[in-house]
Structure formats: structure tokens, C-alpha cells
Design a protein around this ligand. Sequence first.
Ligand code: GLP
Length: 241
Amino acid sequence: MEVVICKDYDEMSRRAAYLLTAEIVQNPKAVLGLATGDTPKKMYETLVDIYKKGDLDFSKVTTFNLDEYVGLSAEHEQSYAAYMKQMLMSHINIKPENVHILNGCSETPEEECALFEEKIVQAGGIDIQVLGLGHNGHIGFNEPDSQFELKTRIVQLDDRTIEANKRFFDKKSDVPTHALSMGIQTIMEAKKIILIASGASKAEAVSKLVNGNIDSMHPASILKVHKDVTVLIDKEAASKL
Ligand code: GLP
């Protein structure tokens, strides 16, 4: 695991965008695993800027998103489908059929998750997966005590996650209690992984990731055994290392 401490959020975002850019330039048919949340916003803005300058082509790129809230349709403004459209997809020349985001309103969520896994396999696997980091060490929506060998499935959200994400909703009770999420095994099968974390509130989770043992109570800790992980953090997130 390579840990890169960046001067600030902007530098962290630029570096993450450059790693994705390099991947797409080397392999125009790259399969990207993408994350949502506040942390990757500037990374997406940077990617869109690079695209608008004419230096990136998404026409053969395929994407798979980590997760989606159960019960929110793609039209709901807090759905991750809406987030991806707003932050990236509506600005670039990606083919809509190459964008894969779990349907949180599926009436058959298990089938939805199994089909998602099949599509990842058909695409040749994820070349590079972007991850954020939950305050409780979650990756995707794999909460503490998730088994490491699970694939995409329906999960119940931890109260700490609901608390952290209530800022996007009118009130806490509006935050969905469940989500569909890639499993830790799905994430670990990606050929490369970039984890990004910014700000003092992530310092504890970053410290457990970098200095702690592998522990299912801190799901991100399993990344230590992946052969190609880059952890990009700003100074605040690195403050407890
Ligand atoms: C959310 C998402 C994760 C994200 C994490 C951190 O709950 N499911 O994919 O990485 O929490 O979010 P943020 O970047 O807003 O701190």
C-alpha cells in the first residue's frame, strides 16, 4: 500500500484524477470502479476539465459504481445515480449503456446484485477502483463487521453512516437504512485501487487503515493485502499517522 500525503484537498483530487486519466490513456477500454460522497467531487471536476480540454476520451470506458441507496430512484436528487450524472456522466462522452449503477428500487435486489457482478465479469473485471473512506472505516457501504469474502448485496447501514450522511437529507429519518453495495471481495478483485480521504474527521480511520491490523471492524484494513493500492490523503487526514 503506497500512502501519498498531499498538501491539501485540491492536490489530492488532482492526483486521483491524474491516476484515472493515465489509466484511460493507457487503456481506452478501461473499466473504472467509482465512488460517491463529498471526497471525490473535485476529482470528478478535474476529470471533466481534462476531458473538456480534449485530452480524454470516455467513448470506450465502462464504469461500475460502488453502491446505491435502497428506495431511491435514479431521479431522486440524493441517489448516487443522480450524483454521478451531475458530477461526471452528463459532462463526458461515455456511452449510457457503459455506465452501471445499482438500481436501489429493484423489486428483486438479489437478482440486481447478481447481474451487476456478472456484468463486471463480462467487462473483464475492474481495472481501477476509486474508494472513499467512512469514518467507521467502511468502503463502499461495507460497514464494520462485514465479511471480507462477500460480493455485491443488500446491506444495512450503520447508525454512524446514517448520521454522517444525514447532511444530504432534510432529516435523519429520510436517510435510507439500507443500500446495495459491492462487497469487499468485489472491491479486492479490482486490479488497482485508489483510496482518497480528506480532512481531520477522517484522521482516525486513516490511522487505523495505515497503522492498524487487518480487522473486520475496520473494513478498509483488508486493503493492506491488495497488491496495488494507492492511498491519497491530505495533511489533515494524515494528522494521526
Ligand atoms: C458514503 C459512501 C462511500 C463514501 C463514504 C465517505 O457513505 N457509501 O462510498 O466513500 O461514505 O463519504 P464522504 O466522502 O462524503 O466522506
